[in-house]
Design a protein around this ligand. Structure first.
Ligand code: ZN
Length: 294
């Protein structure tokens, strides 16, 4: 306990660090001593220096700027988050008290009671100079070149980005909203045409279903070009396969017939008749594409 803060301080034998925590607590005193005697009222005694010349309101003596007092400092309010302090001082020439407060709004001190402030603020305008706090709203920017650059950039942005964008948006808007009647009639015309096609197709489908006794709910394939070409291709493939098979069979039959005729030329009319019949059958089987797919 004393190891850290024990220099130049007397610790009585009955002092217990655990119990008393600090020497001030052991002695029953505040760390600020006598200056904290009114701390329970929120008052701290501080050294305060007069920020300007005043006349004491009680003894009417002039008290110069810079005279120091033991003032009672007290927080009396706040300007936004800045506390407002009051300093209550006792005149050193009489027993009168005067009070000075801080004024955060105007960053200054004001005499509240018990004294008069000597009005001696320097006003440059009265003395032929310029006002310090010139409330001129039309004052130019601090750096004219920077301002010019900034305004040029802004102008370029307006010309190159904002105006074209606005124009294109306006164009779109005009195209969409300029003639609602024409747009509506165009739309309805298109709709009517599509409806007509749909109706015709449905009628044709119904007819087809009626003819072949197909169920009403059956979906018929659409007769578009893609579907037609696919169907034609499929048909062509089927025909090629069929032709290949037929030619194989025909070759086999012919070889059989040749062998039979060579072995018994003119002697077996039944075999030759059979071969001729088969050959005819093959010719009649050669398929032709249906009219719809030609
Ligand atoms: Zn006085």
């Amino acid at each position: 306990m004393q190891g850290k803060s024990g220099f130049n301080k007397y610790y009585p034998p009955d002092y217990d660090g655990e119990k008393h925590k600090s020497l001030n607590a052991y002695r029953g005193k505040h760390a600020l001593g006598d200056r904290a005697r009114k701390l329970d009222k929120g008052i701290l005694i501080t050294r305060f220096e007069l920020p300007f010349n005043i006349w004491c309101g009680t003894c009417n003596n002039h008290i110069g700027m810079g005279v120091r007092y033991n003032a009672e400092k007290k927080k009396i309010g706040a300007y936004y988050s800045t506390p407002i302090y009051s300093f209550r001082c006792k005149c050193h020439l009489c027993d009168g008290w005067f009070e000075i407060q801080t004024d955060p709004k105007n960053t200054r001190y004001v005499v509240v009671s018990g004294a008069r402030q000597k009005d001696e603020e320097w006003d440059p305008e009265e003395n032929g100079g310029f006002a310090i706090h010139d409330p001129d709203a039309n004052a130019g920017p601090a750096d004219p070149l920077a301002a010019l650059e900034k305004s040029t950039t802004a102008q370029n942005y307006v010309n190159k980005v904002q105006i074209p964008r606005l124009e294109s948006l306006q164009e779109v808007s005009e195209r969409c909203n300029s003639d609602p009647y024409a747009l509506s009639s165009l739309l309805r015309k298109r709709f009517r045409a599509e409806k007509k096609i749909d109706t015709a197709k449905r009628a044709a489908d119904d007819q087809l279903k009626g003819r072949y006794g197909l169920p009403e709910t059956l979906q018929l394939a659409a007769e578009d070009d893609e579907f037609m070409s696919a169907a034609r291709e499929q048909w062509e493939r089927g025909r090629r396969e069929h032709e290949a098979q037929t030619s194989i069979r025909k070759a086999r039959l012919q070889s059989c017939a040749i062998s039979s005729t060579s072995s018994s030329r003119g002697r077996d009319p039944l075999a030759s008749l059979k071969a001729r019949l088969l050959s005819n059958t093959h010719q009649s089987r050669t398929l032709k594409p249906p009219d719809g797919l030609r």
